[in-house]
Write a protein that binds this ligand. Sequence first.
Ligand code: NDP
Length: 284
Amino acid sequence: MTKIIDGKAIAGQIRAELKKEVTHFKEEGREPGLTVILVGDNSASQTYVKFKERAATEIGIRSEVIKKTDEISQEELLQIIAGLNADRKVDGILVQLPLPAHIDQKVVLEAIDPAKDVDGFHPINTGRLFSGQDQERRFEACTPLGIIELLEREGIEIKGKKAVVVGRSNIVGKPVAHLLLERHATVTLCHSRTKDLARETRQADLLIAAVGRAQFIAGDMVKEGAVVIDVGINRVDGKLVGDVEYEGAKARAGYITPVPGGVGPMTIALLMKNTLKARKIHGV
Ligand code: NDP
């Protein structure tokens, strides 16, 4: 029978564990601090930031949201980041993406102190991940990390598995491929120019879909007994659906994540975990 991986429950468990850890930090004299910068009025970004703030507060992380209109200049944004880099109460800095077109996202992300880059997007952190270095002090992107935690907490072995990742973005596809590689999976990274995608996906013991197209991975593209992780969040007729055609894939898979309630809640839980890691690195 197919096991549905309950990301919501696992994320709740992680948050409860982190809450206990925060108590120790408080006893030591300082709670972890997370600052989120939100530019503009993108409604999805506002919702994501609200979820992040809520999770931080629940766990006992000192959280702050700096809201700016989309008229903010790049220079002003860089000054805010410089201030947060220097602020000892701030362990994690997150700039909610996307940024307005007049701001160079790359410049902004590179301005964040890599030791406070809890989103794991700074090139120093991606470089450490891609070269397999400094696991203790590097930051890894939250969604890929969330996927690994889901697998590990479900007791799904990664070592030796044939993993196929569909999507090669810097936020999901590439980092998750490296995290899997580091755990000794044999990884194939697919993208829009992959020839005969179905042939690749049908060989996957572990299939990760991060494409951004509703129900793109059809049931018959899934190998019997495979573990299927659906990262996609697509809105269709007001409903959230993943990148995997759920019912068809479920009929063949050994494990599958639902949308919503799979990878989504894990992303936020792992952001909190990264913030505690930053606090540990920074000390009191
Ligand atoms: P991107 O748009 O950055 O990347 C999509 C990837 O899919 C690209 O690498 C692209 O290939 C590939 N792709 C597009 N069309 C095809 C195709 N026909 N065949 C094979 N590959 C294709 O998306 P993200 O990685 O940022 O996000 C992917 C999905 O995950 C989205 O639905 C997003 O909303 C969701 N998401 C969910 C999160 C969560 O917390 N659950 C967090 C982040 C994202 P190419 O590079 O060749 O263009």
